[in-house]
Design a protein around this ligand. Structure first.
Ligand SMILES: *Cc1c(COP(=O)(O)O)cnc(C)c1O
Length: 393
């Protein structure tokens, strides 16, 4: 069926509320006008609440999240600088690739897929760096490819002892998990419009701590479009150096107000409850396995190994084409091996239940003998009782 109703259950771009879509549909305005200045100031001022920063500054970039990651690197480092990437999946590997493309001396510590960064391992490595050669440490807040959330507070604590710049990709993490830029001493924090913010793709944000400006002054990596010194100059007048994605800014402005009305802690709790329900649903599907461990399970997305004999891609195709439920596939080395169910952004309880109803029906169609409704009732129970994540096997 061509015009089948879609349930977008991928971890970005996420579903967009009608209010946000309508705000994005407003006519264009001059990006060098008082009207746009008001929009930009509203975004940057309120974004500080999400970043939990008072001392830091937020800049709005017209790019996807990866552009924000690149902005973080090219503005703070110089050729041949040594950097340490803490990788727990595909986006960690992307950080390393960007660093290498700019000729940085890049060392990566890979942690097993499904686990989080171990702060002890980081501490051991940084303690050996007596001459302070490592200039920056880069990591993900939430790793979307495996569905794992890092304990940034604990990792940042050990990096602080060393003194390297702390660069965090919080594109899927911000608002799906707690993040405190000032309190945890994070220097550069990247996020984007198309994940928990429920806005179409096109805008990335970057938070910059006070001490990062020393690095920015000294940085010699090439840059033009992403030069933060230009952004700083223009933001004083409520402008961006280049034409911004004005429609996305309109939508973001609306979404920010909706999220602040809901309350930041409630937004995180909503993600957590759906995460718990989704994991309960997966556990009720015989033979299906969760990739991420309970203690570091992402509130944004759940990665699942299907039962043996069920091809992940064929299964996703049936769920998508017959029922309109769009699940994400695996990325990098997990391609074809797992599927991912998102609970990020504008996804609600009934979306999750609908997705599992489709999953069960597709399994029956693939010849699997399953008890219909088992995952649905596990989800309903979880949502009604707010069952703790590890209290049920
Ligand atoms: C989505 C995402 C990004 C950005 O990806 P783009 O496709 O460039 O928007 C970066 N890091 C993480 C952890 C993400 O989930």
């Amino acid at each position: 069926m061509k015009n089948i109703k879609k349930y977008l259950m991928i971890p970005g771009p996420t579903q967009v509320p009608t209010e946000v879509a309508l705000a994005s549909a407003m006519p264009m305005i001059n990006h060098r006008s008082k009207d746009f200045k008001d929009v930009l100031l509203n975004i940057t001022t309120k974004m500080k609440k999400f970043y939990k920063t008072e001392k830091g500054e937020i800049f709005v970039l017209t790019s996807s999240g990866t552009g924000g990651m690149e902005t973080a690197i090219v503005n703070t480092l110089s050729p041949n600088d040594k950097v340490l990437v803490l990788s727990i999946g595909n986006f960690g590997e992307r950080f390393a690739k960007i660093c290498k493309s700019y000729g940085l001396d890049t060392e990566t510590i890979d942690f097993e897929y499904g686990s989080a960064i171990d702060p002890k391992v980081v501490d051991e490595r940084l303690s050996k760096d007596k001459n302070k050669e490592i200039k920056a440490v880069l990591m993900q807040h939430n790793e979307t490819s495996t569905g794992v959330v890092n304990n940034i507070e604990a990792v940042a604590k050990v990096i602080k002892k060393h003194g390297a710049l702390i660069i965090v990709d919080a594109v899927s993490g911000l608002l799906s998990a707690d993040l405190r830029m000032d309190e945890w001493g994070l220097d550069v924090v990247v996020s984007g419009s198309q994940k928990a913010f429920m806005v179409p793709p096109g805008i990335a944000f970057i938070g910059i701590s006070e001490r990062t400006w020393d690095y920015i002054e000294k940085s010699k990596l090439p840059k033009f479009y992403y030069d933060l010194k230009q952004y700083k100059k223009f933001v004083a007048n409520g402008e961006t150096p280049w034409t911004p994605a004005i429609s996305v800014c309109f939508g973001l402005n609306k979404a920010i107000d909706m999220l602040l009305e809901e309350g930041i802690e409630n937004v995180i709790k909503r993600h957590e409850e759906l995460r718990n329900a989704t994991r309960a649903g997966v556990r009720a599907l015989d033979g299906f396995k969760l990739l991420a461990k309970d203690e570091c399970a992402s509130r944004a997305v759940t990665s699942v190994y299907p039962k043996e004999g069920v091809d992940a891609e064929e299964f996703r195709k049936i769920v998508r084409e017959k029922y309109g439920v769009v699940l994400a596939g695996g990325q990098g080395s997990l391609k074809g091996k797992i599927f991912r169910i998102s609970h990020l952004g504008y996804i609600d309880q009934l979306d999750t239940i609908a997705a599992f109803a489709a999953i069960e029906m597709a399994l029956v169609e693939m010849g699997q003998k399953i008890e219909l409704g088992k995952s649905i009732s596990a989800i309903q129970e979880s949502l009604l009782n707010k069952v703790a994540i590890s209290s049920k096997s």
